[in-house]
Design a protein around this ligand. Structure first.
Ligand SMILES: [Zn+2]
Length: 200
């Protein structure tokens, strides 16, 4: 009798765990854009990006249960007095390991003072989501990035147009509704490439 109930309990657990895995898998699979596809998409409507300033790390946070590696960075404008903007780059589908190995070349410190080792970050293949608190990211990119599941963090406050639609008012900022990134996020990615943490 006790055996039967044990069996039932086990089966329930297996089914439940599978469901959770499936749900997590679906959520992760939604993130499809990469650094390369975001950069190409940006370039398709903005061939030139101006100088972006100086990028620094704020934090690097591994989240093995979500298979994420989260970079928080800040970019200080080249022009004095223009302040700083904050970027978040989340790399998805990252595998972690307790030890250094060929497949896990990135040593990342954890909050408890130890280390984990993360798989490679590929600009062409690793799915990524992004965020910046600059005006350009707000007006041009966050909405369309979110549509493609490439916005890091919660939705931003919707932008309400105060002028009539074109041709009377100003033209739409992103009429092709393409996802992309501001110059600060490009700078943050380029900084990771320069530090040999990300391949192009
Ligand atoms: Zn920005």
């Amino acid at each position: 009798m006790s055996r039967a109930s044990d069996l039932i309990t086990q089966v329930d657990e297996v089914v439940r765990r599978r469901r959770v895995d499936k749900r997590r898998g679906r959520k992760r699979n939604l993130v499809k854009l990469t650094f390369r596809s975001l950069a190409q998409s940006t370039q398709s409507i903005r061939p030139q990006q101006n100088a972006k300033g100086r990028t620094e790390f704020v934090s690097v946070n591994p989240v093995p249960r979500n298979k994420q590696l989260i970079f928080k960075m800040t970019t200080t404008a080249m022009t004095p007095g223009r302040g700083a903007y904050n970027q978040t780059l989340i790399f998805h589908k990252i595998d972690f390991n307790d030890r250094l190995a060929d497949k896990y070349p990135l040593k990342v410190s954890t909050k408890d003072g130890s280390f984990v080792y993360a798989g490679k970050l590929s600009g062409a293949e690793t799915p990524v989501s992004v965020r910046c608190n600059c005006e350009d990211f707000y007006y041009m990119w966050w909405y369309h990035d979110n549509q493609k599941k490439a916005l890091a963090g919660p939705k931003m406050k919707p932008y309400v147009r105060k002028t009539p639609p074109p041709p009377e008012g100003y033209p739409y900022r992103n009429p092709g509704e393409v996802p992309g990134v501001c110059k600060h996020c490009i700078g943050a990615f380029e900084d990771l490439i320069k530090k040999r943490l990300l391949t192009r």
